[in-house]
Design a protein around this ligand. Structure first.
Ligand code: NAD
Length: 510
């Protein structure tokens, strides 16, 4: 295996990499006595040990972020922009290093890991335009001699809590707009693949981000609860599973914080009988099994309308033996292992569960998993899945693709709209009129028309509806800027002192 770049802030002890917190511009060894294992999923062995923060360690990170805030906030937009261009350059130069860290701890194949970094970089690039993004409004002569203008100001100390499946990109969705808007940041990345965050911290320091502006604390529920309850934290951005997203939203808001909490998904891809079935099959395989199905925008359920089903299932089945599963550092591998042994076993258990519920197991991923100790599972295709089955309802978050069959477009839309999740959805058709009606009809935040994974570009915002997002504002793009700032409206007069008089009436706009 190619040697993986060592994340700064780590040290080797007994062959295990020790992953420390990053506070005030330097690695800080954990003091809590609590830590957790980090694995190399392709080898199936523990590769590191990550410190878990106590409430006191979270408090220390919040204190330094709070201390750094006044200076960072006051730094001119042109200087912040210079720093952001340097961040952009450094992340670009270190794409490969970051991607190797992702592959080593998450397991995704290197090409996919590079894709993750590229999409995160787009958000950093968007933030290089922060002077334009923070422009306010101005109204001259709103009343006689009075001008009114609006400005947006940072919140203070913002926190981010992120999931295992995008260890570099999802944090970039948060810290980039938060810092660009003048906030300071405390990141609590997933404890399963924490090294990319520490590596990012090192790059930000090199780019000129002052110490204390960006901090990383590792850990589990103890660290998350400390963030949610800390009076010095002004906002929390969360991405992860729906039950934790709901908990984070409810707990964070009850402690007076602004919260955006993105949850899980069950993304449907509708295939109409007029669709190009070969193209739909390519899309279904790519979007269903890419990153081993561990994407919140993965397609997990195909809805075949009318007589599309048999041809679609046949076309997908034909493609599955060609999917190359292997170590993410192997350039030939298209799909890597799952993140942990427990998760692999849980995903695999859905194959028998689906069969017991009446689904047809067209391809069983357990039969094509590579040998060895790695957390591998091959690709699984389940046909004849029906609403009500666990394999239909649950977010499996692995390489298991289900097919359900309906008779009409209306039935397909009803399925999507009745689903408690509303992250992504796609429709495959040659009929522009139906596609246009679909975008109008579906209660889902991100819609693809002949595009299976419609992750918005960085100058739009990302977010689902229903149980896929708790809060009002989506992440990155214009809504990200709104989330990390608050509005202020100034009414100003520079009067001629000669016109001054006492007037107890309510101010009139004339
Ligand atoms: P997770 O909910 O288990 O963990 C997310 C974060 O919450 C981690 O930092 C973790 O340490 C913390 N956490 C876990 N359990 C907690 C608890 N009991 N109390 C407090 N904090 C806790 O999610 P995951 O398994 O890391 O990631 C996969 C999930 O994330 C999937 O459901 C996926 O759909 C979702 N996801 C959603 C999006 C989106 O944009 N909507 C994007 C990526 C991932």
């Amino acid at each position: 295996m190619t040697e993986v770049a060592e994340a700064p802030g780590t040290q080797r002890a007994q062959e295990l990499k020790r992953i420390n917190h990053w506070i005030n511009g330097a690695p800080v060894a954990g003091q809590s006595g609590r830590s957790g294992p980090v694995y190399n999923p392709a080898a199936g062995i523990q590769s590191g040990e990550v410190d878990f923060a106590s409430a006191e360690e979270v408090d220390r990170a919040v204190q330094v972020a709070n201390d750094a805030f006044p200076t960072w906030r006051a730094m001119s937009l042109s200087r912040k922009t210079e720093i952001f261009f340097r961040i952009r350059k450094l992340v670009d130069e270190h794409r490969e290093d970051i991607a190797k860290i992702l592959t080593a701890e998450h397991g995704k194949v290197l090409s996919d890991a590079k894709g993750e970094v590229a999409r995160g970089l787009e958000v950093i690039e968007y933030c290089c335009g922060i002077p334009e993004l923070l422009k306010g409004g101005f109204t001259e002569q709103a009343s006689t001699g009075i001008d009114v203008y609006s400005i947006r100001q940072p919140l203070g100390v913002c926190a981010g809590i992120t999931p295992f499946n995008f260890p570099a990109m999802v944090p970039m969705w948060m810290w980039a707009p938060a810092l660009a808007c003048g906030n300071t940041f405390v990141l609590k990345p997933s404890e399963k693949d924490p090294s990319a965050s520490v590596y990012t911290a090192e790059l930000l320091k090199e780019a000129g981000v002052p110490d204390g502006v960006f901090n990383v604390v590792h850990g589990d529920k103890v660290a998350v609860d400390a963030i949610l309850e800390h009076p010095g934290i002004d906002s929390v951005s969360f991405v992860g599973s729906t039950p934790i997203a709901r908990y984070v939203y409810e707990t964070g808001t009850s402690h007076g914080k602004r919260v955006q909490a993105l949850g899980g998904a069950k993304n449907h891809m509708i295939v109409l009988p007029d669709a190009d079935i070969e193209m739909a099959a390519d899309a279904a395989v790519s979007a269903g099994y890419g990153s081993a199905g561990e994407r919140c925008m993965a397609v997990s359920m195909l809805v075949a309308v009318g007589d599309a089903g048999d041809e679609l299932v046949g076309a997908i089945k034909q493609r599955l033996p060609k999917v190359k599963v292997g170590d993410g550092m192997d350039p030939d591998a298209e799909m890597g292992p799952l993140v942990t042994r427990e998760h692999r076993d849980k995903v695999a258990s859905y194959i028998d569960r689906g069969r017991a519920e009446g689904a047809t197991v067209v391809t069983d991923g357990r039969e094509s998993a590579p040998d060895g100790d790695g957390f591998f599972l091959g690709v699984t295709l389940l046909d004849d899945v029906r609403p009500g089955m666990d394999v239909y309802k649950d977010e499996i978050f692995g390489p298991v693709l289900g097919v359900t069959r309906v008779n009409t477009y209306d039935e397909a839309v009803r399925l999507v709209n009745e689903n408690p999740y509303g992250n992504g959805v796609a429709i495959f058709t040659r009929d522009g009129g139906v596609a246009r009606q679909f975008q109008f009809d579906v209660n889902v935040g991100m819609v693809g028309i002949n595009v299976p994974i419609p992750v918005p570009v960085a100058y739009y915002s990302f977010g689902g509806w229903k149980n896929s997002l708790f809060g009002d504002l989506h992440v990155y793009g214009p809504e990200g800027i709104q989330f990390y700032t608050r509005g202020k409206v100034v009414t100003s007069r520079w009067p001629d002192p000669a016109t001054s008089k006492v007037d107890l009436g309510f101010p009139q706009t004339r």
